[in-house]
Design a protein. Structure first.
Length: 154
């Protein structure tokens, strides 16, 4: 019923069909009009049951992770870039949960923010005005160094 997704013409068709179906089932005009009025007034606030259910599942999972893995959850929110608050709020929340937050560092950071135990290494992506290509190149060089130093030799 939301006007966002249907044209006025389509909405009129739905209305006619609703009224005709109700009349065929023997409902009085006053009941039909009242039910339609209530549905129409609620239309701006409603959304599909499937959407509601999937959002509930996602919310539960997110709350579980925050309750049982709070630092890792904050790092995931930082890397998602879709949180409601600014980045500093999530960094502060990680600290509140006991994390030691480190500034981006070529010896320990990656493109995205990472966590090891209670150490959170802010990612290069969070450095203001650092171009993405350069940040990714730094990470690639670090990975090549680690591979050549530790894996290739053993």
């Amino acid at each position: 019923m939301s006007g966002k997704y249907r044209s006025r013409k389509e909405f009129e068709k739905i209305s006619i069909k609703f009224f005709n179906n109700c009349r065929q089932r023997g409902y009085s005009e006053s009941v039909i009009k009242e039910v339609w009025r209530q549905m129409e007034s609620f239309a701006g606030y409603s959304f599909s049951k499937a959407h509601s259910a999937s959002y509930a599942v996602e919310s539960f999972q997110s709350l579980y992770l925050k309750a049982h893995f709070p630092i890792e959850h904050m790092v995931a929110v930082l890397n998602n870039f879709g949180g409601f608050y600014q980045t500093w709020v999530y960094v502060h929340e990680a600290r509140r949960w006991g994390a030691t937050v480190h500034l981006p560092c070529v010896n320990n950071s990656f493109f995205l923010t990472s966590v090891k135990y209670k150490d959170v290494w802010l990612g290069f992506v969070l450095i203001q005005n650092l171009e993405t290509q350069l940040a990714q190149k730094i990470e690639k060089e670090i990975m090549n160094y680690l591979f050549n130093t530790f894996i290739k030799k053993h």
